[in-house]
Design a protein around this ligand. Structure first.
Ligand code: ARG
Length: 636
């Protein structure tokens, strides 16, 4: 029964009508899917584009048609009667333009209001998808690139979930690479290092590194844990000294310093490499140290996720480790893996370098893990769509991964059938100087600091508006968070993800621009008008007649009905910014855009309540409100 409720998009509903017409018009072309698209608003709302391609198929086959236009004409004539359609016309070589009925739009919106917008959700071809996003690396700082991945990935997951796809939200944490083994080595050897280096002050940096990784999240409880470790590790260590060292290192210094040491100190390098072997071999002491380090990093991420309202499940690189040999064996049997300079590789046509799946030292890497994760997602988790959200810099890696999977027969050839894998790349985050976004010390920017600043700026703006007197401290905090974090997300999502984007607090918090602040304000205004009207909204939805009188009201009504369609487009192309601009926006006809902008101002409130109540709500003193709406609501 729940399924019956789903009506599908406007396009779906039109497609059904055209399907019937095509069946009558060209009965022997049974595999013709109706091609429906939004059209230039000067000619109608939608068009059917089948005539031309049908004509190329049927001409010369003794068909009675004399050209694409008569085919279009016949498609139009054979359309079944429907309350959806007000009128049709033919344009160019057989395009059938459709103008939807005003009454049908009004009726549909009213239904949508009562039954919920979910009943119009698009029908996608997949049932289950993996969205692999965020995926920071243990023992390294979570940076703005991971912020983009987190925001974009979460949005894609929400879009798919709205479209009734079961989404496995996967945090593919880098918990098994070289950087992890280095920190494990430090941790395990700590008591030695501490005892030796405590007295050799020139190597304080090394202890700083250890402490740094253990207190990475700056959380005081972890901090005291560190102290305990140090005391346990060597009884000579004084708490105060640790505190002092801790303040010395910068963000990300841990990895940098340990890498330097790894590169310059052969003894350290050897110990680190041995640590990897011991860790991968499952040695208890190393396992324990490793999981402690992971746990500390994890606490840091979780704080960011919690602040941003992000839900995702960690299945890090280490999870797939036990499955790697089996998967590589399968690929080997299929003849994909070859020997090259001591490594085992998969050669990919058109690529300069092969896809290395076993390093020359016998170790597994990012590629072997990703091949295995893909295999696992397909075979164990039965996902039909695998979506990977990382910066565009990893495009090559994913191209090679997907090509290898196609060669293995895991994925079908081509890009249009399922199961399917997509890399969702995004551009860099830039600072105002047009260079990679950094703080003054040229290290990567810490995410928590960014979120803190967004929030504190919003709070300051609210206080400036006198909200501190009006609201409780809690309300102030909550609002500052909603607006601040919302602004950071929106500033990222409104751009095409492939472009680099400039991080600028002033711009993203501007209450007049295309920002979250502006949208939230518009929403709050609408809510306040509804509240002040004293009407029961649920009652009005059912009893208020919805009449779309003015052309602007019709345009807005149609726009609202197309919501699900735009979600569908955004899902298909994996482009969240489509949600903000929609199909109409990108059409050449800017006149329509302006019309929509203007119309949203006074029409949205009518649409909620219907014509019969609009004057009650806006009342005599509505003129100033209307003006406000024209100014504030167009972006909604
Ligand atoms: N940890 C990687 C990074 O920070 C991203 C992982 C993306 N997911 C994947 N399955 N490779 O660059």
């Amino acid at each position: 029964a729940a399924d019956e409720e789903v009506v599908g998009t406007v396009k779906d509903q039109l497609a059904k009508l055209f399907e019937e017409s095509l069946r009558v018009t060209v009965p022997d072309q049974t595999d013709t899917d109706p091609l429906i698209a939004a059209c230039n608003p000067r000619f109608g709302d939608y068009q059917c584009n089948n005539a031309m391609s049908l004509w190329t198929k049927i001409k010369g086959t003794g068909s009675a048609f004399t050209g694409p236009q008569p085919v279009g004409q016949a498609i139009m004539t054979n359309l079944p009667r429907s309350e959806m359609i007000e009128s049709c016309s033919i344009a160019g070589p057989g395009f059938v333009n459709v103008k939807l009925s005003r009454q049908w739009i009004a009726k549909s919106i009213q239904k949508m209001l009562i039954k919920g917008i979910e009943t119009w959700s698009p029908k996608l071809r997949v049932k289950r998808a993996v969205v692999d996003f965020s995926s920071p690396n243990i023992a390294k700082e979570m940076h703005v690139g991971h912020l983009r991945s987190t925001i974009i990935g979460d949005t894609l997951a929400r879009m798919l979930e709205f479209s009734n796809v079961e989404v496995l939200r996967r945090n593919h944490v880098g918990d098994w690479g070289t950087q992890v083994s280095i920190s494990v080595c430090l941790r395990v050897c700590m008591h030695i290092y501490v005892s030796v280096y405590l007295f050799v002050s020139s190597d304080l940096a090394c202890i700083n590194i250890i402490v740094r990784v253990l207190v990475m999240d700056k959380c005081s409880s972890t901090y005291s844990k560190v102290l305990v470790y140090c005391i346990l590790g060597n009884k000579v260590v004084k708490v105060s000294s640790v505190k002092h060292w801790y303040t010395v290192p910068d963000n990300g210094a841990f990895y940098k310093a340990s890498k330097q040491r790894f590169d310059s100190d052969p003894g350290f390098k050897e110990r680190a490499q041995q640590a990897v072997v011991s860790l991968q071999g499952g040695k208890e002491k190393y396992r324990k140290a490793w999981s402690q380090i992971c746990e500390i990093s994890r606490k840091g991420y979780e704080k960011v996720y919690q602040r941003l309202g992000i839900v995702l499940e960690e299945k890090g690189e280490s999870f797939y480790n036990p499955y790697i040999p089996g998967v590589l064996e399968e690929l080997g049997k299929k003849g994909l893996i070859e020997e090259s300079e001591g490594a085992r590789v998969i050669f990919i046509e058109g690529k300069k370098y092969p896809f290395i799946v076993v390093k020359s030292d016998g170790g597994f890497n990012y590629a072997s893990t990703d091949l295995t994760a893909l295999w696992y997602r397909l075979n164990e988790e039965k996902a039909e769509w695998m979506i990977y959200v990382t910066d565009v810099g990893q495009r090559e890696h994913f191209e090679m991964l997907f090509t290898a999977a196609k060669r293995a027969g895991w994925l079908p050839p081509g890009d249009n059938s399922y199961p399917k894998a997509n890399h969702v790349g995004f551009g860099l985050v830039l600072g105002e100087d047009g260079k990679r976004f950094r703080t003054r010390s040229t290290e990567v920017v810490k995410l928590v600091d960014l979120l803190d600043e967004a929030k504190s700026r919003c709070k300051a703006a609210l206080v400036e508006r006198g909200k501190a007197e009006e609201w409780t401290e809690e309300e102030l905090e909550q609002t500052a968070e909603a607006v601040g974090y919302g602004a950071v997300k929106y500033a990222d999502l409104k751009n095409n993800r492939l472009t680099n984007y400039t991080f600028n607090f002033d711009q993203m918090l501007n209450d007049q621009g295309n920002t979250a602040v502006y949208l939230l304000y518009a929403h709050a205004r609408i809510c306040s008008i509804i509240r002040k009207s004293g009407k029961d909204v649920e009652e009005l939805k059912k009893t208020g007649a919805l009449v779309l009188e003015h052309p602007n009201e019709r345009a807005l009504g149609l726009h609202l009905l197309q919501f699900a369609e735009i979600v569908e487009e955004a899902c298909t192309n994996l482009l969240p910014n489509v949600l903000l601009w929609g199909q109409r926006r990108r059409q050449a006809d800017s006149c329509c855009v302006k019309r929509l902008q203007r119309s949203c101002g006074n029409a949205s409130i009518y649409l909620v309540f219907g014509q019969s109540t609009r004057y009650d709500i806006l009342g005599e003193d509505s003129s100033h409100l209307q003006k406000d709406f024209d100014n504030y609501v167009w972006a909604h």
